[in-house]
Design a protein around this ligand. Structure first.
Ligand code: ZN
Length: 374
């Protein structure tokens, strides 16, 4: 699983001298063309095109050869291979994702992280904890994958039912003992959970199992975990992985749509009062060229073309004939959105892709917008 700290590490590549080769490769084994390592042929084609765009670049040729060798050892146990190789640093990052991203290869300063950042942004990591008086199960869900981390079995003495009068005193002692064991169990689970939440970079928490125990666990959580708790769901402690995945997915989709809509509504308010946000491509480019922005927001599936100045690296629409900033010549960039996102990320900003109702709302002012720093 890819974590946010991987992205931070990858961002540092743009500060190192030398170029990074970025590859997003379709390795999906459901596609016949990819079977029998057919994806290696696709990689060769991608690299050939890239080399053609950078004639005589020997570092690229050497890096491309290294990447071909690395890919020969990749197990295609997902849909997209993500690979970054920085030859001078001897650095390689690779990961196979369970979702499809458009195949592409890039050569330049820094890794092209936009597709990956979109994935991290769109898919928060959930922890699902199912608890009853006997046990607790902890799973994390990310990118449609579930991982079970721990089956915490507690040895709780059974609670006696139907007490008979002559045994009443010892009975109530047993009950008390049972209740104490349960509350100790809940505390153990809460403690274990707060440790794992940090280690696994969990964004959200869902509890389930026995309703009473789940509520007790919610109350026993430290404050910072309570802030990540989204719901207590009636999922049985014995639920299958498929069931847990499905229920988590429903929660996830609901929350993401709400959060996106909130970002877009704030943005719209700022745009309309001429505050800390601008909308539309020309204004967004101006903002990004001028200084680091806080957040780039755009409608999912957007594709843009534009131009880049070879001198000051400003980004512009096709309407400009010369660089408005320094007067130098401009060259066309077909993946303008990638360049733009990269610039925003390098400046310490974030990127938010919106879909559904949030996308419709954003379109009232444009397909793309920038929230400026305060
Ligand atoms: Zn310029």
């Amino acid at each position: 699983m890819i974590r946010h700290r991987d992205i931070e590490q990858l961002q540092r590549l743009s500060q190192a001298p030398g170029n990074t080769l970025t590859v997003y490769l379709d390795v999906d084994q459901a596609k016949p063309a990819n079977r029998k390592r057919g994806f290696e042929t696709q990689l060769k084609d991608l690299l050939k095109q890239l080399i053609a765009q950078h004639p005589g670049d020997e570092e690229l040729m050497a890096t491309a050869q290294e990447v071909e060798d690395i890919v020969k050892r990749v197990e295609p146990n997902g849909k997209t291979l993500v690979l970054f190789r920085h030859r001078r640093l001897g650095f390689t990052f690779r990961n196979v994702l369970k979702l499809s991203l458009p195949p592409a290869a890039f050569w330049g300063r820094g890794a092209v992280l936009r597709p990956l950042v979109e994935v991290l942004d769109e898919h928060e990591r959930y922890a699902v904890v199912l608890v009853d008086s006997q046990r607790a199960r902890l799973c994390t869900v990310w990118l449609g994958e579930i991982e079970e981390h721990k089956d915490m079995i507690a040895f709780v003495p059974p609670r006696p039912d139907s007490p008979s009068s002559d045994k009443l005193r010892s009975q109530s002692r047993m009950e008390r003992h049972h209740d104490e064991s349960v509350s100790a169990h809940v505390k153990t689970v809460a403690r274990e959970l707060s440790r794992l939440v940090d280690e696994l970079e969990v964004d959200r928490l869902v509890l389930g199992g026995n309703g009473e125990l789940a509520n007790a666990l919610a109350r026993a959580l430290p404050k910072r975990l309570q802030g990540r708790l989204v719901e207590i769901l009636p999922i049985p402690v014995s639920a299958s992985h498929e069931e847990i995945l499905q229920r988590t997915k429903e929660v996830q989709e609901r929350l993401e749509r709400v959060a996106e809509l909130e970002v877009v509504r704030d943005l719209l308010r700022e745009v309309r009062k001429g505050g800390r946000a601008v909308a539309g491509l020309p204004a967004t480019l101006d903002a990004v060229n001028a200084k680091p922005i806080w957040k780039l927001v755009y409608v999912g599936g957007l594709s843009l073309e534009g131009q880049e100045c070879s001198q000051c690296h400003g980004l512009f629409t096709m309407a400009e004939e010369r660089c408005p900033q320094c007067g130098n010549t401009l060259h066309a960039v077909d993946k303008l959105l990638d360049r733009l996102s990269q610039k925003v990320l390098e400046g310490g900003g974030t990127v938010e892709v919106v879909r559904g109702p949030a996308a419709e709302t954003l379109r009232q002012v444009g397909d793309i917008a920038a929230i400026l720093r305060g």
